[in-house]
Design a protein around this ligand. Sequence first.
Ligand code: RET
Length: 237
Amino acid sequence: METLWLTIGTLGFVAATVYFLSLMSGAPEGSRYFFIITAVITGVAAFFYLTMSTGATSSLIEGRIFYWGRYLDWVITTPLLLLDLALLALASWRRNVGLIAGLMAIDVFMVLTGLQAGSSLTAFGKGFWFVVSTIALIVLLYLVYTRLFAEAASRPVSVQSTFRILALLTIIVWSCYPIVWLLGSAGFGAANSTVEVFLFLILDFLSKIGFGFLLLTNRQALSDAAGGGQVRAGRVR
Ligand code: RET
């Protein structure tokens, strides 16, 4: 059954990538980078879902299947999702390189410590790295909620509302990952492997395809974002 969900994941991400690239032909002036980043996100996910479905990036540890390909996917794609969000919220990425790099660094740390948790052989190791990774997630989402929301407040109204939806989607959906992890085979094992793969698939579809769709079909926001427009000039630093 896992293979079925992983195959659906592969096909879904391939379809989303083709669709996002097809939208690029009508991209508002100067906003192509959003299409490229988002298509790379779904393209990378398609590749890793394929490797998981063929067994190339999964291993049997302690009698459970561990899909480590997931973490390789996340370590590449989650920083890119944050980049999409940041480029929407920030009037100038050049003036905020530190903030963007900081968000990405915390995110990569979260995924790598999550990988440690998932591959640990002892209950202590799993618990310790799970807590470390979860703290990183909380710090990350807190920064999105405070810093990026504050930056977005000075953007055109269309950008603000699209940003708000995408940021809330991110905060809610990303928060569900550690819960599914805890339910799954590396955690308490309340959900069997098929259910775990299915739940991660839903979360991955929401956080990548749902996110990308809301971003790339919002032409007004994209064109205003690419214009770098500011509502209140006084807030420009
Ligand atoms: C793990 C387990 C350890 C604790 C935490 C986790 C968080 C993972 C997250 C993943 C997000 C993935 C996304 C994928 C996009 O398709 C590693 C599950 C906190 C937040 C957004």
